[in-house]
Ligand binder design. Structure first.
Ligand SMILES: NC(=O)c1ccc[n+]([C@@H]2O[C@H](COP(=O)([O-])OP(=O)(O)OC[C@H]3O[C@@H](n4cnc5c(N)ncnc54)[C@H](OP(=O)(O)O)[C@@H]3O)[C@@H](O)[C@H]2O)c1
Length: 354
């Protein structure tokens, strides 16, 4: 098999891995394809559920005895330790596979060492150091390496950079189809963050609706001075809620939710301790920040965002926004990683180079 065909198999394994989003975390998303000694695909698998079989095991189970003498294409270095399941290296060695092609190395100290174990067992190992495999692993790697979750800033805007619709139009900027996409993603992540301005203006529920919700994200409001109305929808019983406020506030009337006190500098809350708390307390992998513009500017200034997910509607706001998202985006160092159409909206994904 030539190099391009092999790379294409690894990229097919990425597509498999992505199906685990929402159920595999806090473990990494991993996909695996196994070919027999003639290069014919005989097994496919991905890490489906946290605590259950890893991708390699699911693919080996499908491949059966024909894996002997074959090759495994796996997006991440096979794990080498007994965790909730036995080491994948052991299963690969037991299958008498002859070669393992690895998309990227494991940044996790506990699980790494798989390459050496495979080599010591006489298996040929090739590490591709592939950019797309690294992108797939990025949320997990960020958490392991920094103690911070992967932060996606998501918003809907008009063509001229406003987060508000033209006066007289529907309050929803994006199409129904785009809103549905957001609900699906909410059902796959760990936490949603908004500023208190959004809670007061829109009274959102911030729940995953109209789709299969694999997770119930924690709702977090950045509310330094405890201005959130007690009757706001974010305090309903559909999901837990955390209010992040300035240290030293009288929190006695907020017994209906959890409070996290944050240090501040000239009235601006430091948000890194909040994100660190989410990782240490809840093993959070993915956070989605849903606005508004004031909160986004603080997140960008504090260099805490990893990705932008922007829904650009075909409308144009009839007033110049106070904070223009087009201008803000130009100030960030980003790479566009995806462009699509959803309903009438253009959907853009940018990776932020921190
Ligand atoms: N199109 C969209 O996707 C979208 C999404 C969300 C919201 N919106 C719209 O945006 C508008 C609300 O946005 P906004 O910019 O006014 O409000 P916001 O960003 O939701 O909230 C801003 C407030 O949150 C607090 N805050 C946020 N980060 C902080 C930090 N790091 N340190 C200290 N305080 C912090 C401050 O509260 P204090 O004032 O108490 O200090 C600040 O005034 C609404 O009209 C809403 O409809 C649109």
């Amino acid at each position: 098999m030539n190099v391009e065909d092999e790379l294409s198999l690894v990229h097919q394994a990425i597509k498999l891995a992505e199906q685990g989003h929402g159920t595999a975390e806090p473990n990494p998303l991993v996909g695996c394809i196994i070919t027999d000694r003639n290069g014919v695909v005989i097994g496919e698998g991905f890490h489906e559920n946290f605590g259950e079989e890893h991708a390699e095991i699911n693919a080996l189970n499908q491949a059966g005895k024909s894996a002997k003498g074959g090759t495994a294409y796996v997006t991440l270095e096979p794990c080498n330790h007994q965790g909730k399941t036995p080491p994948c290296t052991e299963a690969l060695i037991g299958s008498e596979i002859s070669r393992v092609v690895i998309g990227t190395k494991d940044p996790h100290n506990i699980a790494s060492g798989g390459i050496d174990t495979l080599l010591n067992a006489g298996i040929t190992v090739d590490v591709l150091d592939d950019a797309l495999c690294k992108e797939l692993l990025a949320p997990f790697a960020r958490k392991i390496q920094t103690g911070l979750p992967w932060v996606t800033c998501k918003w809907a805007q008009t063509k001229n950079g406003s987060l508000e619709t033209p006066i007289g139009d529907s309050p929803w900027i994006s199409s129904k189809e785009s809103q549905q996409l957001v609900h699906e993603e909410r059902g796959c992540i760990d936490a949603i963050v908004v500023g208190v301005g959004t809670v007061i203006a829109d009274n959102p529920s911030l729940t995953a609706r109209g789709s299969t919700a694999f997770r119930t994200p924690i709702r977090i409001v950045i509310d330094p001075n405890l201005r959130s109305p007690k009757e706001a929808n974010i305090f309903n019983s559909e999901a837990p809620t955390i209010i992040a406020c300035k240290k030293g506030q009288d929190t006695s009337s907020f017994s209906h939710c959890k409070i996290v006190e944050l240090p501040s500098n000239n009235g601006v809350l430091e948000l890194a301790p909040l994100f660190q708390h989410l990782v240490s307390e809840f093993d959070t992998t993915h956070v989605m920040v849903e606005g508004g513009a004031t909160l986004f500017t603080h997140i960008f200034e504090q260099k805490l965002a990893n990705e932008l997910w922007i829904f650009v509607a075909p409308t144009v706001s009839n007033t110049e926004p106070i904070i223009n998202m087009n201008t803000i985006c130009k100030q960030l160092d980003t790479d566009c990683i995806h462009k699509d159409i959803c309903g009438v909206d253009t959907v853009l994904r940018y990776k932020i180079n921190l």
